[in-house]
Design a protein around this ligand. Structure first.
Ligand code: COA
Length: 160
């Protein structure tokens, strides 16, 4: 049984994340999307909202499960009995940070390896912050996020 973790903040999930989720779910038995409790980032969406959006937009993928976590990623991976961490690489600028994390995680837990997927070219410029910024300035974000997420962002803006 090959179980992998795809960790991140997902504030909110974008087409770029979805691309990585779909592709990695196709070659593992189970993909656990680990949603980080990351208070330092001052998220737009509550943890439960981020998890709920992920569930909705991955509803057609059978072997994906969402789990929130805090603390060390390798502890979470151990707890989930996963020995692969999946990360997406969008551009060379991601590489240094990702390499540092992968090396650190491997020192902390040699039994867990990090696998990188290059994000689809059409999504290589997307980040959750850019999506939020464009939305705040009333730009069209339909190219970046699924319709369900777009509606949730609009709701957030109306309630602010
Ligand atoms: N498509 C689109 N956007 C992507 C993307 C992709 N394929 N991959 C990353 N991004 C974006 C995210 O949207 C996010 O954008 P934002 O900064 O504007 O919100 C940004 O790139 C960062 O990516 P993300 O995966 O969300 O990283 P993160 O910094 O939120 O989380 C963890 C990274 C969870 C892997 C890391 O913080 C972690 O492991 N934390 C646990 C603590 C720990 O173990 N620390 C030691 C690790 S060495």
């Amino acid at each position: 049984m090959i179980r992998a973790i795809y960790p991140g903040s997902f504030d909110p999930v974008t087409f770029g994340h979805l691309d990585i989720i779909k592709r990695s779910a196709s070659f593992v038995d189970e993909l656990v999307v680990g949603v980080l409790v990351n208070n330092s980032k001052n998220p737009m969406f509550l943890l439960e909202e981020r998890v709920e959006m992920l569930k909705e937009v991955t509803a057609d993928i059978e072997n994906v499960r969402m789990v929130s976590f805090e603390g060390l990623l390798v502890d979470f991976a151990r707890q989930e009995q996963a020995n692969i961490i999946i990360r997406g690489l969008r551009a060379i600028t991601d590489f240094e940070y990702e390499l540092q994390m992968a090396q650190t995680n491997r020192i902390l837990e040699p039994a867990i390896d990090t696998m990188f997927l290059t994000t689809g070219l059409e999504f290589s410029y997307i980040s959750s912050s850019i999506v939020k910024e464009v939305a705040q300035l009333n730009g069209d974000i339909s190219h970046f996020v699924p319709y369900y997420v777009l509606e949730k962002i609009k709701e957030k803006q109306l309630n602010r």
